[in-house]
Design a protein. Structure first.
Length: 717
């Protein structure tokens, strides 16, 4: 009876943690109800539906399909509409890269399904199921190593982990990868301790599942052999004659073969068994294409370094789309995210050191892990075999190393999540000291546990209820909606109380010929009219031309003014033709509008700057040459080629030009030629080149605080 009551109590506590996590899950989902979807979800969920309907896996192939296919299972019975034609054949996708094509496909998916929000909410429910898998593994693993109390402590840490909760309510592969890798490694540990054909095949099956969830699971092929070597050296699970080394090798081969079969099953065996030389690769690692000067790859160049060699005749037992997706991941890693510095050296913008990678795990969890290691060394040397401890520390160390910049083989967010289950099991050891009689060391264990759990709750509160985070998320949502081509709420025009209007003001202007045009004027919150203010004249691109609507403020500098105050008046005229030739009506109208704004506001005439994107960037060059003594500085972004012969006319104007290395519509070599012409004429232009975006260099340029600091220092003599 006492044993039955003990089991009932244990299951009740386990169920209580499940209920608590589900409440937090629903709470976070409700808080995020009107925050929309992430960019990855906008690609993955429509792609998952397409996988089921078409049996093709080319969409979103930068990640294996299992997690998103499971996420969209509830959607299939609701009459979800997916476009008939394939992604690659859609007329509007010409010239877009893979991610932009997938986002365009996601936008069409949302437009075809008016109930899209409900569909995305249902897809997100799969995150709770993956959390359950991780909870079961952590509970079992911790309890087997350190006792029942450790199982509950590990379950509590998993329940409240900020890294886990941040991904649980999203239909992305991060949490599924963490749960699948932990489950597979737990099964492999069980096989090493007690080898049998059943355990070997079970580990192989889960290894295949993990490979179907995320490419990052490939780290298991590094971790598992090391774990096997450690157990072999420690002679754990002493092998009987029928399970000697030869038998274990055969079992390992069988497990790997089963994992490959599971991987092929997930892709419907599409393109499996083809020679390696039959593929066309984009990445330098697989294509063998030489890098161009400056460390860049030739745009659109494909190849196969194995073609024509004996390697090329090798049969690849994995699906074609899996290999193509791996090639895409390698290519994206090779081509992003860098910015060319002033001296021509590539500068990694989103770089990370090993310390910053490790720092993404909560500090309290690290403290618990380190204290657990110390207590293991000095107090309980016989509690668990050292190879069992290494089975936890090895995955943490290897995954962090593969995520760090020296290798950079794993994405940061997924890599950190992969370490979380192993770190939590390590930290759960402290439960052994949360007992009467364990005063020496127990109080430290209790303090660290409270720190970890309390800190997690604080993070949840800050990220889910803080007004600043909510406002930032809403701004990101508007940006995503525009990227998907969907309607968004128009930016508000803020009305002041006594000092006039502030914020982005939408107005109309009638020029000298009686033609009416729209324009937007940004007035800083601290503008009082008591001193002259600098002004930026901002020219939009060709795609935002027109006579109605507000699309001309949806990209570039005016879009960023929704969430940053730069201390400038910003004037954004809407061009009718989309070009800004000095002799054209749009340019004339823009100059007339500038004069009118100068008459209505206190504008510093010596601090008027000219900025533009795409065709508006070309207009910057044109208007600078037409009015060379008018501008304190010019900022052309993603501009088209321009007449270099006019460089002497504008050599004296401070210039900061932004472009991208892989701009398909405006080659960077042409813009670099313009910069060289300015320097040859005696100018000192600044040039920044991005490596992680296409034509939309403005998405990066206008988020650089140093740009506005530089502009604020420019003035006419």
């Amino acid at each position: 009876m006492q044993h039955l009551m003990g089991r009932l109590f244990k299951y009740s506590i386990f169920a209580l943690f499940i209920i608590i996590n589900f409440v937090i899950f629903v709470f976070c989902a409700r808080i995020n109800l009107y925050r929309g979807v992430t960019l990855d979800e906008a690609r993955y969920i429509p792609a998952g539906v397409s996988h089921w309907y078409t049996g093709e896996f080319g969409l979103a192939n930068d990640c294996p399909p299992l997690a998103r296919m499971m996420a969209v299972l509830p959607l299939l019975s609701l009459g979800v509409v997916v476009e008939d034609q394939g992604l690659q054949n859609h007329d509007g996708d010409a010239g877009l890269n893979s991610r932009d094509r997938e986002l365009a496909h996601g936008g069409r998916f949302l437009s075809h399904n008016p109930r899209w929000f409900m569909l995305f909410c249902l897809a997100r429910m799969s995150g709770f199921l993956w959390w359950l898998l991780g909870a079961w593994v952590i509970f079992r693993w911790s309890r087997e190593l350190y006792g029942g109390g450790a199982g509950f402590l590990g379950l509590a840490l998993w329940c409240f982990s900020p890294n886990v909760l941040a991904h649980e309510h999203l239909a992305t592969p991060g949490l599924p990868a963490a749960a699948a890798c932990a489950a597979a490694t737990y099964a492999f540990r069980g096989y090493l301790n007690s080898p049998s054909w059943g355990r070997a095949l079970g580990a192989g099956f889960l290894l295949g599942v993990a490979q179907l969830v995320a490419f990052e699971s490939f780290a298991l092929f590094v971790i598992w052999p090391l774990l096997a070597l450690v157990h072999r050296l420690a002679r754990v699970g002493g092998a009987s004659p029928e399970f000697g080394l030869r038998t274990r090798v055969i079992q390992a081969v069988g497990a790997v073969a089963l994992s490959i079969w599971v991987l092929n099953l997930g892709y419907g065996f599409g393109g499996s068994g083809l020679p390696l030389g039959s593929f066309d690769f984009d990445s330098h690692a697989l294509s063998g294409n030489s890098e161009l000067p400056g460390g860049r790859l030739a745009r659109g160049a494909v190849g196969n370094r194995f073609r024509g060699t004996w390697h090329g005749r090798a049969i690849i037992p994995v699906p074609a789309d899996y290999l193509k997706g791996l090639d895409r991941r390698l290519y994206e890693r090779e081509t992003a995210p860098h910015r060319r510095g002033e001296e021509g050296w590539p500068v990694e913008v989103t770089g990370r050191s090993l310390a910053t990678v490790a720092g993404r795990l909560p500090l309290a969890l690290w403290a618990m892990m380190i204290w657990s290691l110390i207590l293991r060394a000095v107090r309980h040397p016989r509690s668990t075999p050292w190879c069992e401890e290494l089975a936890l520390w090895l995955p943490v160390g290897i995954i962090l190393a593969m995520t760090a910049p020296a290798l950079g083989l794993l994405s940061l967010s997924v890599g950190i999540l992969l370490t979380a289950p192993f770190g939590i099991v390590i930290a759960s050891r402290l439960a052994c000291f949360l007992r009467p009689g364990r005063v020496r060391g127990g109080w430290v264990a209790a303090a660290l546990s409270l720190w970890a759990l309390g800190g997690s709750l604080i993070v949840i509160r800050e990220n889910q209820l803080d007004d600043e985070h909510i406002a930032r998320f809403n701004r990101d949502l508007d940006h995503l909606w525009r990227k998907l081509g969907l309607p968004v709420l128009e930016p508000r025009a803020v009305a002041g109380i006594d000092t006039g209007e502030r914020g982005i003001l939408y107005r109309t202007f009638v020029d000298s010929r009686g033609v009416e045009s729209n324009y937007a004027l940004y007035v800083p919150e601290d503008y009082r009219g008591d001193r002259p203010y600098p002004l930026i004249l901002s020219l939009h691109g060709y795609g935002d031309r027109g006579t109605t609507g507000r699309q001309f403020t949806a990209v570039g500098l005016p879009f960023t003014l929704e969430y940053q105050d730069i201390g400038f008046l910003v004037l954004c005229p809407q061009g009718h033709s989309g070009t800004w030739e000095p002799s054209g009506d749009d340019a004339r109208r823009a100059m007339e509008l500038l004069a009118a704004v100068q008459g209505a506001y206190r504008v510093d005439p010596k601090r008027i700057c000219l900025n533009g994107v795409s065709s508006g960037g070309t207009g910057v060059w044109d208007l600078a040459a037409r009015f060379p003594d008018r501008w304190a500085a010019i900022v052309p972004v993603a501009s088209a080629p321009w007449d270099r012969g006019q460089a002497p006319l504008i050599k004296h104007i401070p210039c900061w030009c932004f472009h991208t290395r892989y701009d398909g519509g405006s080659p960077s070599d042409e813009v670099q030629g313009m910069i060289e012409a300015l320097r040859a004429a005696g100018g000192q232009p600044r040039y920044t080149e991005f490596f992680d975006v296409n034509h939309n260099a403005w998405d990066r340029a206008y988020h650089m605080p140093e740009l506005y600091e530089w502009l604020s220092r420019q003035r006419l003599p």
